[in-house]
Design a protein around this ligand. Sequence first.
Ligand SMILES: [Zn+2]
Length: 165
Amino acid sequence: MLDVLIKNANIIDGTGKPAYKGSIGISGGKLVMADGSEEATAVIDASGKYVSPGWIDAHSHGDLILGSEDAHLFKTTQGVTTELTGQCGLSMAPVMPENLAAVQNMLSMGTTWFPDDMKNWSSFARFLDYADQQAHGKRQDVHRPQQPTHRRDGHGQPPRNRCGA
Ligand SMILES: [Zn+2]
């Protein structure tokens, strides 16, 4: 007996082949093969719907809202189950206390909400500890600043004096 049976779905399996009609089982938290005839605790009729593996957002600034109440909700409701986060040429951490206001001012184009714990992020390890403590509905890999794309716009490596490096 399956926990969940999703039947009559248009399945996009991520291999590159066209969508096909089929069923998917979930048992013990894992996907299993199903033909649609299985018994299940819950049955979802996905007629007219598409089912696919979780999407990966390979360029996300989601670390800006890490720890906010709905940080994971807006991604998972769009099908994103993994995101690689980091700012373009700027980083949430490390930031020395004397530069916190200036860094938050630069980041304010993306958010004006910052966690109280940010004042303690003078090391990247401390930021990662904070990230690990946040509830996730998805997998999140936090990275140092992403590669600069437009140096003329001010994107680039973080200033050494801000990082303390
Ligand atoms: Zn970016």
